[in-house]
Write a protein that binds this ligand. Sequence first.
Ligand code: HPA
Length: 257
Amino acid sequence: MIRKAVIGGTGVYNLSQNSRSETVKTEYGIVEVDIVNIDGEDIVFLARHGKNHSFPPHLVNYRANMKALEQLGVKFIYATVAVGSCNELYNPGDIVVIKDFIDFTKSRPLTFYEGGEEGVRHTDMSSPYCYNLTNIFYKIAEENNMQIKGKAVYVCTEGPRFETEHEIKMFMQLGGDVVGMTNVPEVVLAKELGMCYLAVGIITNWCTGVKKGAIEFHDIENSITKNKELITRSFLKSLKEDLHQNNCSCSKAIIEL
Ligand code: HPA
């Protein structure tokens, strides 16, 4: 059983050169992962969009991805997400920890529970992002002089298009700090499977209309290149800490009817 995983978002496609590929068959589809051995312990790496960034955000097979991790035995997940910022305090190039989400997706399978054999289940969303994984990540960041700019509310859009200026104005009024296209349903499915999950945001651009100028691909690329090593190294250090589910609600998020 492999208990720990890292999910890489846009621009983060491996943890280490020293890895072996594994194919996991799930009832939702086939998933390719890398198994990386870190100081004698196997850790799973999953590229959210596929190894060659082949799935756009609305077509990522989130259920297959998360089910594959469950089948491997995973309980603890750190993930990266590339995001735009609509909060003046968070600049392109900054790193934020995601503390909550607002869901504006439209057409994705959102749950493992579709009635039938699986039944009907509702999942508690009072703390989607694990309290323990958050605290550990903060501690490791401090020890390694990595600046975390703050805790951000993530607005998830359907994509793959970027937002209009007035959509962003609305998200700001709703309390959104950063905007991305992938964290829902990933975090929700993690909760349905009783996993501890934390997403760390790499701010790649100002959201549409927040500052003058269009969103440029090279800005997005630069922010990710600057941060990905730092973040994945911190994930691996965080995953070495004493991980347990004794004092978080992650394993008990499904509300029994
Ligand atoms: N909007 C949505 N998703 C994103 C953005 C954005 O501005 N930047 C990176 N992912």
